[in-house]
Design a protein around this ligand. Sequence first.
Ligand code: FES
Length: 115
Amino acid sequence: MNSRVFTVGSLIPGRLIVKPQTSEPTDNKKNKIEEIIVEQNGSKIEIHHVKGKLLDAALDQGKQINYKCRKGTCGQCTVKVIKGPGLSAPNELEQKKLKNALTAGYRLACQTEIL
Ligand code: FES
């Protein structure tokens, strides 16, 4: 015997509630973006992938990075990128300041954008 009771309201189209069955993960593992790892003065610094300037992201996350001008002129914020997914291409200021060091992976944290 069927124990399910239908009422007039349950038969109205659109009122039937069907829970979608999904096999998608409930956490954010599938959307996880790799962390950025840079090195300055022999110290490795891990920075979470947050859009904006690399220097700002590091400072907001409590990471210690030397800097001074924030304008791309002093070079104090120079870091070597160990792992850098999603970073902008070097801008004119970085090309002018770092020259050949760019090809060795160095960047100005105040000029590098996390995309
Ligand atoms: S803080 Fe001076 S070049 Fe980045």
